[in-house]
Structures are given as structure tokens and as C-alpha cells.
Design a protein around this ligand. Structure first.
Ligand SMILES: [Zn+2]
Length: 81
């Protein structure tokens, strides 16, 4: 029974937010390529450097989205719209 429980949590159980210092349950799985820009902009750091997906709790997902939006806006200005 114990063994089975471990397997379930590893494969499909709830994941913890990948942001450093956050232990909330992750509700979103995001593409790192798309959202890594948002990390710096929001002042957030990932707890693990080798992740292939960015899993974030609701709170950090919102922060990351804000960061990504800002990033895209700046890019637009740099390109001269
Ligand atoms: Zn979080």
C-alpha cells in the first residue's frame, strides 16, 4: 500500500510550486521557454534548475504572467512597434 501511494504521487499526484521558497500546490504547468522571462521580471527564482516544465501555484502563475506581459510590451517598444 505504501509503495503504491508513492508511485501515484510521483506520476500524477499534486506537484509543489517550483518557485524557490514556495511550498504551495502547483495548479499550472507552463512552458519554460515561454515563461522564463517572467521569472526575472517578477523577481522569482526556480527552486530546481533542471525542470522541463514550470509548475506554479495560482499566485505565482499570475505573477509570471504579469512578468511575461511586461516583457512582450518592452520588446514591442524596442522594435518600434
Ligand atoms: Zn508558488
Amino acid at each position: 500500500m505504501k509503495r503504491k501511494y508513492v508511485q501515484v504521487t510521483e506520476k500524477s499526484g499534486p506537484k509543489t510550486c517550483c518557485i524557490e521558497g514556495c511550498n504551495d500546490v502547483a495548479t499550472r504547468s507552463l512552458s519554460i521557454q515561454e515563461y522564463e522571462g517572467g521569472l526575472g521580471k517578477s523577481g522569482l527564482t526556480m527552486a530546481t534548475g533542471k525542470a522541463t516544465r514550470l509548475v506554479a501555484c495560482d499566485r505565482h502563475y499570475k505573477a509570471l504572467r504579469k512578468g511575461v506581459k511586461k516583457d512582450k510590451a518592452i520588446e514591442k517598444i524596442r522594435r518600434g512597434f
